[in-house]
Write a protein that binds this ligand. Structure first.
Ligand code: EPU
Length: 335
């Protein structure tokens, strides 16, 4: 296994923050994962960095950062229209989605082009266009950090919720995901009810697995900045989930605010709409700004520091809180 000391993380986080880690461990196989976990370095807290697409570094990281570069996609035999596919945690999420599209496996095409690794996709329960990773996870194999033993988590044990899981909450810092087993369908099953997906498909001329992948990629490219050109971490805040009563009171004053069904007795609002309504879209201070096409996306125009992005985010948070009495929770991990 490889350890880089005083390692730059600039190319390893999509905000492009120029920070360093005391040690960066690169693990490329199951053996290296185990070797690291049995080493004294794993006895101190460490941070697992996936593709760096959901993290804001505000300072150098004093400690160990672990990055998986494990690979492998193993497809089982189809039975009754279902197929199980086991994928290494270090695989690139979109490579896996494209693998599924090529093999005619339905279930992850709405999650096209999301910058993530497969392991972090589970930690974070990534979601887009009406689907979430939890819809297709069958089981997760993860190392218990304290004992270096592997455990298989059922989907229920993963305790998925909106942009959250066991690994992000109760189990935080205690588990290293090794691989994820997905259950996909070999029979056509489309989920095109979100936004203008159905309309776009019509314009595309056909509804097929590939067409859904392409249409969703197209929407993402139009709305979200390409992180290779402009630093960002996708949605900076989560969409707030509030009580029915609070939602009714807010909509009485602001009938234009959309509300979506959430868990029982609660409603999910569009954070983008709240932020947008206060005139933040396209606003910029130095090299930090709110993206011009999506109010939920903060961008680094070049030389912004993590501290500057975080202060800008807090100003948005305070403004939304003052006007609507809602505290927006960051979706990104702020370190
Ligand atoms: N809207 C505005 N202003 C904007 C953008 C959007 O008012 O600048 C309103 C529009 O009314 C729109 C609604 O917000 O209909 C929803 O917008 P969008 O479809 O872009 O979705 P979102 O709720 O802002 C969520 C996810 C995204 C995901 C999209 C599509 C969260 C925090 N974000 O954004 O995920 O791609 O839905 O499914 O749940 C991410 O997590 O990093 C991410 C990009």
């Amino acid at each position: 296994m490889q350890c880089l000391e005083n390692a730059s993380l600039k190319a390893r986080n999509t905000f492009g923050m120029d920070v360093k880690a005391d040690r960066l461990w690169i693990l490329c196989s199951r053996e290296e994962e185990e070797e690291f976990l049995r080493s004294p370095w794993a006895k101190q807290p460490f941070f697992i960095l996936g593709s760096g697409a959901n993290v804001l570094f505000t300072k150098d990281f004093h400690g160990s950062v672990v990055h998986l570069e494990t690979q492998g996609i193993r497809m089982g035999a189809a039975r009754d229209g279902r197929v199980r596919v086991e994928v290494a945690a270090g695989e690139c999420w979109d490579d896996f989605v494209r693998f599924c599209v090529d093999k005619g496996l339905y279930g992850v095409e709405n999650l096209a082009l999301i910058p993530s690794q497969v392991g972090s996709a589970v930690v974070q329960n990534i979601g887009a266009y009406g689907r979430e990773v939890k819809d297709v996870v069958h089981a997760v194999k993860a190392w218990h950090v304290a004992t270096a033993e592997m455990k298989v988590f059922s989907k229920e044990e993963c305790d998925f919720a909106y942009r959250s899981s066991f690994f992000k909450t109760v189990g935080k810092g205690e588990w290293l995901i090794h691989s994820v087993e997905f259950e996909l369908s070999t029979e056509a099953a489309y989920h095109t009810g979100y936004g203008d997906v159905a309309e776009r498909l019509q314009a595309w001329g056909e509804t097929s697995l590939r067409a859904v992948y392409e249409v969703i990629s197209e929407i993402r490219r139009e709305k979200l900045p390409d992180v290779r050109e402009l630093g960002s971490a996708g949605s900076f805040f989560k969409n707030p989930v509030i009580s029915l009563e609070k939602c009714q009171a807010l909509q009485a004053a602001h009938p234009e605010f959309k509300a979506f069904p959430a868990s029982e007795g609660r409603k999910k609002l569009s954070a983008a709409q709240l932020i947008d309504s206060l005139g933040w879209k396209g606003r910029r201070s130095g090299d930090v700004g709110v993206h011009e096409r999506q109010a939920l996306v903060l961008v680094n125009y070049g030389r912004a520091t993590g501290g500057e992005v975080w202060r800008f985010a807090q100003a948005i948070q305070a403004d939304v809180q003052r006007h609507y009495g809602i505290l927006l929770e960051p979706e990104v991990i702020v370190l």
